[in-house]
Design a protein around this ligand. Sequence first.
Ligand SMILES: [Zn+2]
Length: 229
Amino acid sequence: MSEYTRRAPETPNVPDDRNPPRKRKRGIGGTVFFFLVAASLVLFIAQNDGLRERVASLFEREPGEAVFPLPPEYGDSYTNDWGAPRSQGTHEGTDIYAPEGTPIYSITSGTITTAYGSNDDGWNTLGGYTVMIRADRDSGPVQRGDRLYYAHMSEPTPLEDGTRIEAGDRIGTVGRTAGEEPGTVADFPPHLHLGWYGGVGGLLGQEREYETAGSGAINPYPLLRQTIS
Ligand SMILES: [Zn+2]
């Protein structure tokens, strides 16, 4: 007699009705019920036009207008200098000239962030004291998620990372900072260097009508022409 035949009678391969696995059945039933309710809710929202728009609106903002980043008297204080030669290569932005200490306003509503390569004060070698703002709504030609970069400020922005701001809010002052050592005053005239970058690290979103660079930079000159003061 082999091991198998000796053991077989002790492990009958038939259901044991005297001990039904009640607990396990209830667990599966609850999970299935939960998923059915969740799936029904999603289907209900998806099939109802009005409800779908209302849910979507929780995550979107009405388009806004883009605001000129300096006081109106400097509204003509820049040229289309995109691509102009610079020490680090070609210029990927627009320079707006104004005296040291002139207030800088945010072009769009959005969130304060630190530009890549900057220290906690927003200092980086090329830009001096800088601040980056991620737009949280479409504003003129700026798309939600685009980032606007303000450089060479006279001092660090007083606004902390993650602060939510409206278009036109003051974010810093014009200066002439740049260089290896934080706080260095450069030998160029005071101006705001404005950069415009698409989405998260590149040109996400719709196709752009404007000149772009491989870095993800977009020529901000046409954007500035469309701003309001
Ligand atoms: Zn510049």
